[in-house]
Design a protein around this ligand. Structure first.
Ligand SMILES: Cc1cc2nc3c(=O)[nH]c(=O)nc-3n(C[C@H](O)[C@H](O)[C@H](O)COP(=O)(O)OP(=O)(O)OC[C@H]3O[C@@H](n4cnc5c(N)ncnc54)[C@H](O)[C@@H]3O)c2cc1C
Length: 364
């Protein structure tokens, strides 16, 4: 089988929007033939959340080739899925950084070393052969061979809660994310949900879209009060105690039917954003023979090694005495995990990587 990553950009499939990951991305379609392929890298990073993205940079800095797999079609983990528009105040060096901008910066930093991204595919099984080489196979059949693995799987595999009336419309106007606000310029957008993401997206799209309608099945919102107050003062049409009961269109979405206490109504829509939340669980990683803590976390030592030699972990997924689940902590763990993986892969290497100020970026 050919290596789809090294033979050039693979941008087919539905998941190529958002931050520019072309040139190093294998598209996350579960149905294209290109998904059935072998990839060989020094290091596989499971999870493209902030910690996995930083691990990808760090792998490159250590001279390791890396692949990053994520079950979501977009990079950024919890930040992209739950709070892309929120300012984050506790990432070192940034007095305030919007979630979306942090993810874009992490990608830019990692891309200097051209990691291969395998998006929209869940890492399903882990095997180790007699020579110590790992093979991780995804649910789409992609096999990734590597010398070490860093699991930065956060709170586990995210599955977006589906919009029942939206079945069959995903990728044809219906989405679970807003990877690019500008893509909705001039559109009629219907956002469904009552949490922070739904409200943040409605607010962010309001100045860009032609119209924004927010549909929520309850009267009260779960979102931050300040966001709800801003929504009420905005041009966003808020339809509460109502549900999207049908999606209409030919090839792509053209309108939605909304049913509430006042009966049925129709709104034009070229985009429907279902922000109904996500379910998350450790999923298949639980079967990888690693020591699991409390059914949710992976036990690691001070080198970020799990109980299986060659498999490291970093970020929200790790557990040890005193663990704090924050992005800044995960960044440090990623550096520790990758430096230790570098020594495991090549015992001649030093654990200390040297200072980045002394290095020259590999790829412009
Ligand atoms: C609303 C909210 C606000 C927050 N605010 C802050 C804040 O202000 N400051 C702060 O430091 N932290 C904050 N956090 C926490 C922060 O987002 C997390 O600590 C951080 O996202 C952890 O990063 P991670 O990369 O370890 O995991 P995640 O961001 O969870 O990413 C893990 C990725 O792994 C993928 N994955 C899991 N299993 C598999 C598999 N088997 N195959 C393929 N992919 C897989 C998932 O799809 C996911 O994309 C906040 C969290 C939330 C929900």
């Amino acid at each position: 089988m050919s290596d789809p990553v090294t033979t050039g950009p693979h941008t087919t499939g539905p998941h190529t929007t958002g931050p520019d990951t072309t040139g190093s991305v294998m598209a996350g379609s579960r149905t294209t033939d290109s998904a059935m392929a072998d990839i060989e890298r020094d290091l596989l990073i499971v999870g493209a959340g902030p910690v996995g993205l930083y691990a990808a940079y760090y792998a490159g800095f250590r001279g390791l080739s890396a692949a990053v797999v994520d079950s979501l079609p977009e990079i950024g983990g919890q930040v992209t899925a739950m709070y892309p528009e929120k300012p984050i105040y506790d990432v070192a060096g940034f007095p305030a950084v919007k979630g979306r901008d942090l993810v874009a910066g992490l990608l830019e930093q990692a891309r200097r070393f051209a990691p291969a991204f395998v998006l929209g595919q869940r890492a399903q099984t882990l095997e180790k052969d007699a020579a110590g080489v790992f093979t991780v196979t995804t649910d789409a059949g992609t096999r990734i061979r590597c010398r070490a693995v860093v699991i930065s799987g956060g709170i586990g595999t995210f599955t977006p809660r589906p919009l029942p009336a939206g079945e069959g419309w995903l990728g044809r106007g219906l989405s679970y994310f807003v990877p690019s606000l500008e893509a909705h310029a001039g559109q009629d957008v219907v956002v469904v949900g009552g949490g922070d993401s739904a409200c943040d997206w409605a607010l962010s799209l309001e100045p860009i879209a032609r119209s924004v309608t927010l549909v929520h099945r309850r009267a009260a919102f779960r979102a931050h009060e300040h966001s709800v107050a801003r929504l009420r003062a905005s041009a966003v049409e808020m339809i509460t105690e109502a549900q999207v009961t049908a999606v209409h269109g030919d090839r792509t979405v053209e309108s939605v039917e909304i049913t509430g206490p006042g009966g049925r109504m129709t709104r034009p829509a070229q985009a429907v954003i279902a922000a109904l939340g996500f379910t998350a669980n450790l999923g298949p990683i639980r079967q990888w023979g690693l020591e699991v803590v409390g059914n949710r976390y992976l036990a690691v030592d001070t080198t970020m090694a799990t109980s299986v030699p060659g498999v490291f972990a970093a970020g929200d997924i790790t557990d040890y005495r005193g663990k704090v689940r924050l992005i800044s902590v995960g960044f440090g763990e990623a550096a520790t995990a990758v430096n230790n993986a570098a020594v495991l892969i090549n015992p001649e290497e030093q654990l200390f990587p040297g200072h980045s100020t002394d290095s020259v970026p590999a790829v412009a």
